[in-house]
Ligand binder design. Structure first.
Ligand code: ADP
Ligand code: MG
Length: 271
Protein backbone atom coordinates (compact mmCIF):
# COMPACT_ATOMS: atom_id res chain seq x y z
CA UNK A 1 0.00 0.00 0.00
CA UNK A 2 1.23 3.47 -0.81
CA UNK A 3 2.27 5.42 2.26
CA UNK A 4 0.06 8.41 2.91
CA UNK A 5 1.93 11.60 2.10
CA UNK A 6 2.51 13.94 4.98
CA UNK A 7 -0.35 16.43 5.14
CA UNK A 8 0.96 19.96 4.66
CA UNK A 9 0.43 22.18 7.65
CA UNK A 10 -0.88 25.71 7.32
CA UNK A 11 2.60 27.15 7.90
CA UNK A 12 4.09 25.04 5.07
CA UNK A 13 1.77 26.85 2.70
CA UNK A 14 3.11 30.23 3.78
CA UNK A 15 5.23 31.71 1.01
CA UNK A 16 6.09 34.89 2.92
CA UNK A 17 5.95 35.70 6.62
CA UNK A 18 6.89 39.03 8.14
CA UNK A 19 7.00 38.92 11.91
CA UNK A 20 7.22 42.44 13.37
CA UNK A 21 9.51 43.49 10.53
CA UNK A 22 10.49 47.12 10.69
CA UNK A 23 12.93 49.31 8.81
CA UNK A 24 14.95 52.28 9.91
CA UNK A 25 17.49 53.29 7.22
CA UNK A 26 21.05 54.09 8.32
CA UNK A 27 20.35 57.85 7.93
CA UNK A 28 17.66 57.52 10.62
CA UNK A 29 14.60 57.53 8.31
CA UNK A 30 11.91 55.26 9.74
CA UNK A 31 10.47 53.73 6.55
CA UNK A 32 8.31 51.07 8.22
CA UNK A 33 6.74 50.54 11.63
CA UNK A 34 6.67 46.85 12.67
CA UNK A 35 4.64 44.87 10.09
CA UNK A 36 3.06 41.45 10.55
CA UNK A 37 2.01 39.92 7.26
CA UNK A 38 1.59 36.39 5.91
CA UNK A 39 1.17 35.56 2.24
CA UNK A 40 0.09 32.07 1.33
CA UNK A 41 1.44 30.10 -1.58
CA UNK A 42 -0.49 31.01 -4.73
CA UNK A 43 -2.00 34.22 -3.36
CA UNK A 44 -2.14 37.49 -5.30
CA UNK A 45 -1.54 40.23 -2.75
CA UNK A 46 -1.16 43.95 -3.44
CA UNK A 47 0.45 46.68 -1.34
CA UNK A 48 -1.53 49.89 -1.85
CA UNK A 49 -0.61 53.27 -0.44
CA UNK A 50 0.69 56.77 -1.18
CA UNK A 51 4.29 57.62 -2.08
CA UNK A 52 6.66 57.21 0.82
CA UNK A 53 4.56 54.72 2.83
CA UNK A 54 7.25 52.05 2.56
CA UNK A 55 5.86 49.82 -0.23
CA UNK A 56 9.19 49.51 -2.04
CA UNK A 57 11.01 49.05 1.26
CA UNK A 58 8.71 46.17 2.20
CA UNK A 59 9.11 44.57 -1.24
CA UNK A 60 12.89 44.95 -1.13
CA UNK A 61 12.97 43.26 2.29
CA UNK A 62 11.04 40.29 0.85
CA UNK A 63 13.45 40.23 -2.12
CA UNK A 64 16.45 40.22 0.20
CA UNK A 65 17.70 43.52 -1.26
CA UNK A 66 17.54 45.21 2.13
CA UNK A 67 17.41 43.73 5.63
CA UNK A 68 14.76 44.45 8.24
CA UNK A 69 16.31 46.46 11.06
CA UNK A 70 14.23 44.41 13.49
CA UNK A 71 11.86 41.44 13.34
CA UNK A 72 11.99 38.21 11.35
CA UNK A 73 11.29 37.51 7.71
CA UNK A 74 10.65 33.97 6.47
CA UNK A 75 10.18 32.65 2.92
CA UNK A 76 8.66 29.15 2.88
CA UNK A 77 9.60 28.94 6.55
CA UNK A 78 13.27 29.69 5.84
CA UNK A 79 15.40 32.73 6.57
CA UNK A 80 16.58 34.43 3.36
CA UNK A 81 20.07 32.95 3.34
CA UNK A 82 18.49 29.45 3.50
CA UNK A 83 15.87 30.01 0.80
CA UNK A 84 17.63 27.54 -1.56
CA UNK A 85 16.84 24.73 0.93
CA UNK A 86 13.14 25.22 0.21
CA UNK A 87 13.75 24.71 -3.56
CA UNK A 88 11.73 27.84 -4.17
CA UNK A 89 12.78 31.04 -5.88
CA UNK A 90 11.65 34.59 -6.44
CA UNK A 91 11.95 37.26 -9.14
CA UNK A 92 11.73 41.03 -8.96
CA UNK A 93 10.15 43.17 -11.69
CA UNK A 94 10.88 46.89 -11.34
CA UNK A 95 8.91 49.91 -12.57
CA UNK A 96 11.46 50.59 -15.30
CA UNK A 97 11.86 47.79 -17.83
CA UNK A 98 15.65 48.38 -17.54
CA UNK A 99 16.59 46.34 -20.61
CA UNK A 100 20.06 46.33 -22.13
CA UNK A 101 19.56 48.51 -25.24
CA UNK A 102 22.23 46.84 -27.37
CA UNK A 103 20.79 43.31 -26.86
CA UNK A 104 17.81 41.73 -28.61
CA UNK A 105 14.64 40.81 -26.73
CA UNK A 106 15.72 37.15 -26.72
CA UNK A 107 19.16 37.98 -25.31
CA UNK A 108 17.72 40.27 -22.62
CA UNK A 109 15.34 37.54 -21.44
CA UNK A 110 18.04 34.87 -21.50
CA UNK A 111 20.48 36.77 -19.25
CA UNK A 112 19.23 35.37 -15.89
CA UNK A 113 19.57 31.84 -17.27
CA UNK A 114 23.09 32.45 -18.54
CA UNK A 115 24.01 33.28 -14.96
CA UNK A 116 22.61 29.85 -13.98
CA UNK A 117 24.94 28.13 -16.45
CA UNK A 118 22.30 26.25 -18.51
CA UNK A 119 23.14 24.95 -22.00
CA UNK A 120 22.37 27.21 -24.98
CA UNK A 121 19.71 24.78 -26.20
CA UNK A 122 17.91 24.70 -22.82
CA UNK A 123 18.15 28.47 -22.54
CA UNK A 124 16.57 29.06 -25.95
CA UNK A 125 13.78 26.55 -25.26
CA UNK A 126 12.91 28.30 -21.97
CA UNK A 127 13.19 31.79 -23.48
CA UNK A 128 10.92 30.88 -26.40
CA UNK A 129 8.38 29.49 -23.94
CA UNK A 130 8.18 32.69 -21.86
CA UNK A 131 8.19 34.94 -24.93
CA UNK A 132 5.14 33.04 -26.09
CA UNK A 133 3.52 33.46 -22.65
CA UNK A 134 3.87 37.25 -22.86
CA UNK A 135 2.94 37.38 -26.56
CA UNK A 136 6.33 38.50 -27.90
CA UNK A 137 7.40 35.56 -30.04
CA UNK A 138 7.41 37.69 -33.20
CA UNK A 139 9.69 40.27 -31.57
CA UNK A 140 12.41 37.92 -30.28
CA UNK A 141 15.06 39.50 -32.54
CA UNK A 142 13.96 43.12 -32.03
CA UNK A 143 15.96 45.65 -30.04
CA UNK A 144 14.26 47.31 -27.03
CA UNK A 145 14.06 50.72 -28.77
CA UNK A 146 11.95 49.15 -31.52
CA UNK A 147 9.23 48.25 -28.97
CA UNK A 148 6.49 50.30 -27.29
CA UNK A 149 6.63 50.93 -23.52
CA UNK A 150 4.06 48.18 -22.91
CA UNK A 151 6.03 45.67 -24.96
CA UNK A 152 9.26 46.58 -23.15
CA UNK A 153 7.46 45.86 -19.88
CA UNK A 154 6.41 42.48 -21.25
CA UNK A 155 10.07 41.74 -21.94
CA UNK A 156 10.88 42.68 -18.36
CA UNK A 157 8.13 40.34 -17.08
CA UNK A 158 9.40 37.56 -19.35
CA UNK A 159 12.89 38.06 -17.90
CA UNK A 160 11.34 37.70 -14.41
CA UNK A 161 9.44 34.54 -15.36
CA UNK A 162 12.23 32.78 -17.22
CA UNK A 163 13.78 31.49 -13.99
CA UNK A 164 10.42 29.87 -13.10
CA UNK A 165 9.95 31.79 -9.86
CA UNK A 166 7.45 30.67 -7.23
CA UNK A 167 7.07 34.24 -6.04
CA UNK A 168 6.93 37.27 -8.33
CA UNK A 169 7.58 40.67 -6.71
CA UNK A 170 6.41 43.59 -8.83
CA UNK A 171 7.08 47.22 -7.89
CA UNK A 172 4.63 49.48 -9.78
CA UNK A 173 5.44 47.61 -12.99
CA UNK A 174 2.80 49.35 -15.09
CA UNK A 175 3.03 52.79 -13.45
CA UNK A 176 4.65 54.46 -16.45
CA UNK A 177 2.21 53.08 -19.04
CA UNK A 178 -0.94 54.64 -20.49
CA UNK A 179 -4.23 53.41 -19.03
CA UNK A 180 -5.30 51.26 -22.00
CA UNK A 181 -1.96 49.42 -22.12
CA UNK A 182 -2.08 49.05 -18.38
CA UNK A 183 -5.57 47.44 -18.48
CA UNK A 184 -4.31 44.97 -21.07
CA UNK A 185 -1.22 44.07 -19.04
CA UNK A 186 -3.29 43.76 -15.84
CA UNK A 187 -5.45 41.15 -17.60
CA UNK A 188 -2.42 39.34 -19.02
CA UNK A 189 -0.75 39.27 -15.62
CA UNK A 190 -3.81 37.63 -14.06
CA UNK A 191 -3.71 35.00 -16.82
CA UNK A 192 -0.05 34.27 -16.14
CA UNK A 193 -0.67 34.09 -12.41
CA UNK A 194 -3.56 31.65 -12.82
CA UNK A 195 -1.79 29.39 -15.31
CA UNK A 196 1.50 29.18 -13.43
CA UNK A 197 0.44 28.80 -9.79
CA UNK A 198 2.63 31.73 -8.76
CA UNK A 199 2.42 33.82 -5.63
CA UNK A 200 2.45 37.51 -6.52
CA UNK A 201 3.25 40.48 -4.30
CA UNK A 202 2.34 43.54 -6.35
CA UNK A 203 2.85 47.23 -5.53
CA UNK A 204 0.69 50.06 -6.84
CA UNK A 205 -0.72 53.39 -5.77
CA UNK A 206 -3.73 52.91 -8.04
CA UNK A 207 -6.87 51.90 -6.15
CA UNK A 208 -8.48 50.62 -9.35
CA UNK A 209 -5.54 48.50 -10.39
CA UNK A 210 -5.39 47.01 -6.88
CA UNK A 211 -9.10 46.09 -6.90
CA UNK A 212 -8.96 44.57 -10.37
CA UNK A 213 -5.93 42.37 -9.71
CA UNK A 214 -5.92 41.31 -6.11
CA UNK A 215 -7.23 38.60 -3.88
CA UNK A 216 -6.06 40.69 -0.93
CA UNK A 217 -5.03 44.31 -0.59
CA UNK A 218 -2.73 45.51 2.17
CA UNK A 219 -3.47 49.20 2.65
CA UNK A 220 -0.52 51.27 3.85
CA UNK A 221 -0.10 54.80 5.17
CA UNK A 222 2.90 57.13 5.36
CA UNK A 223 4.77 59.10 8.04
CA UNK A 224 5.46 56.64 9.51
CA UNK A 225 5.04 53.83 6.96
CA UNK A 226 2.65 51.23 8.29
CA UNK A 227 -0.13 48.77 7.43
CA UNK A 228 -3.62 50.10 8.16
CA UNK A 229 -5.96 47.50 6.60
CA UNK A 230 -6.05 44.06 5.02
CA UNK A 231 -8.98 43.80 2.59
CA UNK A 232 -10.13 40.69 0.72
CA UNK A 233 -11.52 41.22 -2.79
CA UNK A 234 -14.06 38.45 -2.91
CA UNK A 235 -14.55 38.24 -6.67
CA UNK A 236 -13.96 35.09 -8.72
CA UNK A 237 -11.27 34.67 -11.40
CA UNK A 238 -10.93 35.00 -14.31
CA UNK A 239 -11.88 38.66 -14.02
CA UNK A 240 -12.93 40.54 -17.12
CA UNK A 241 -13.30 44.20 -17.96
CA UNK A 242 -17.00 44.04 -16.96
CA UNK A 243 -15.79 43.74 -13.37
CA UNK A 244 -14.21 47.20 -13.71
CA UNK A 245 -17.64 48.61 -14.61
CA UNK A 246 -19.60 46.80 -11.88
CA UNK A 247 -21.17 48.19 -8.71
CA UNK A 248 -19.09 45.74 -6.63
CA UNK A 249 -15.92 47.21 -8.12
CA UNK A 250 -16.99 50.75 -7.18
CA UNK A 251 -17.88 49.63 -3.68
CA UNK A 252 -14.46 48.09 -3.16
CA UNK A 253 -12.79 51.21 -4.57
CA UNK A 254 -14.83 53.41 -2.22
CA UNK A 255 -13.96 51.25 0.79
CA UNK A 256 -10.25 51.49 -0.03
CA UNK A 257 -10.48 55.21 -0.66
CA UNK A 258 -12.02 55.69 2.78
CA UNK A 259 -9.22 53.69 4.43
CA UNK A 260 -6.59 55.78 2.64
CA UNK A 261 -8.27 59.07 3.57
CA UNK A 262 -8.71 58.02 7.22
CA UNK A 263 -5.05 56.98 7.42
CA UNK A 264 -3.84 60.20 5.77
CA UNK A 265 -5.80 62.33 8.24
CA UNK A 266 -3.83 60.85 11.15
CA UNK A 267 -0.46 61.71 9.54
CA UNK A 268 1.89 64.44 10.66
CA UNK A 269 0.36 64.67 14.13
CA UNK A 270 -3.11 65.81 13.03
CA UNK A 271 -4.76 63.05 15.12
P1 ADP B 1 7.14 53.94 -1.39
O1 ADP B 1 7.69 52.85 -2.27
O2 ADP B 1 5.83 53.58 -0.74
O3 ADP B 1 7.04 55.25 -2.12
P2 ADP B 1 9.69 53.76 -0.01
O4 ADP B 1 9.79 52.40 0.57
O5 ADP B 1 10.45 54.01 -1.28
O6 ADP B 1 8.15 54.16 -0.19
O7 ADP B 1 10.19 54.82 1.04
C1 ADP B 1 9.71 54.88 2.38
C2 ADP B 1 10.47 55.97 3.12
O8 ADP B 1 11.83 55.60 3.26
C3 ADP B 1 10.49 57.31 2.41
O9 ADP B 1 10.45 58.34 3.38
C4 ADP B 1 11.82 57.31 1.68
O10 ADP B 1 12.30 58.61 1.46
C5 ADP B 1 12.69 56.53 2.65
N1 ADP B 1 13.78 55.78 2.00
C6 ADP B 1 13.66 54.88 0.98
N2 ADP B 1 14.84 54.34 0.66
C7 ADP B 1 15.76 54.92 1.50
C8 ADP B 1 17.18 54.79 1.68
N3 ADP B 1 17.89 53.94 0.95
N4 ADP B 1 17.75 55.54 2.64
C9 ADP B 1 17.03 56.39 3.40
N5 ADP B 1 15.69 56.57 3.29
C10 ADP B 1 15.06 55.84 2.36
MG1 MG C 1 8.16 52.78 -4.33
Amino acid sequence: MKAASKPSTASERNAVELLSCEKVYPNGTRALMPVDLTIQEGEFVTLLGPSGCGKSTLLKMVAGLTEPSDGRLLLWNKAHHRLHESHRSLSFVFQEASLLPWHSVRKNVSLPLELEGLSRKDIYARVDQVLELVGLTRFASALPRELSGGMQMRVSIARGLVVKPNLLLMDEPFGALDEITRFKLDGDLLDLWQKNGLSVLFVTHSIHEAVFLSERIIVMAARPGRVVADIRIDEPFPRHSEFRMSTRFSEYAMQLHEHLVAAASTEDGYE
